[in-house]
Design a binder for this molecule. Structure first.
Ligand code: HEM
Length: 159
């Protein structure tokens, strides 16, 4: 029977797979497809509708990843790690989590959604480009974090 920290770690990674996998799909598959299929005016509305559904999954996954990660830190008393430079990947994880949490729980529902829709009416092409660029930036830091955390949590960095 796996112990509680192993279960928390499994849930942590499951959450990461659902969440970052979804971001990768949206960035690398959905956005390029929408760009080719729809007129500029339709793109943002169509994309926002589809991504709105993924946002619900991403919100739950963010909560799961944050809680399971905190649980592991608490039970194994890992707080000191934040003071050790070779554990920079711990800071990266918290940073990525914080950026997405602000986007998904604060910026998007409060103003980002409305801002994109308003802007898309006057500058559809430019707005779609901003959305694409934002996704590539978020996906890149997320993938770097996944790679660094996997290597780091198995003793990959020692400086
Ligand atoms: C508040 C946010 C987070 C906290 C507190 C947290 C905490 C942790 C902890 C304590 C571990 C185990 C480290 C070890 O065993 O040495 C871990 C592993 C890991 N985390 Fe996070 N994490 C957070 C967010 C994230 C995010 C956003 C990602 C992905 C972008 C991520 C990806 C991973 C990966 C890939 C592992 C390695 C799993 C393994 O190979 O065993 N974490 N995290």
């Amino acid at each position: 029977m796996p112990d509680d920290v192993s279960i928390a770690r499994a849930l942590h990674v499951l959450g990461v797979v659902l969440w970052i996998g979804g971001v990768a799909f949206v960035t690398m598959v959905l956005l390029p497809a929408v760009r080719r299929m729809k007129t500029p005016e339709e793109r943002v509305a169509f994309f926002e509708d589809i991504e709105g559904r993924f946002a619900a999954v991403a919100r739950w996954a963010t909560v799961l990843v944050g809680l399971s990660g905190l649980y592991i830190i608490y039970v194994w008393d890992m707080w000191y790690r934040f003071l050790v430079p070779s554990n920079f990947w711990m800071h990266l994880m918290v940073l990525v989590w914080a950026v997405f949490t602000v986007m998904l729980f604060i910026a998007e529902p409060l103003f980002l959604h409305r801002w994109f829709q308003e802007r898309a009416k006057t500058h559809p092409e430019q707005t779609f480009r901003i959305i694409q660029r934002m996704h590539w930036v978020l996906l890149s830091i997320s993938l770097i974090t996944v790679a660094a955390a996997t290597a780091g949590s198995h003793g990959g960095f020692s400086f």
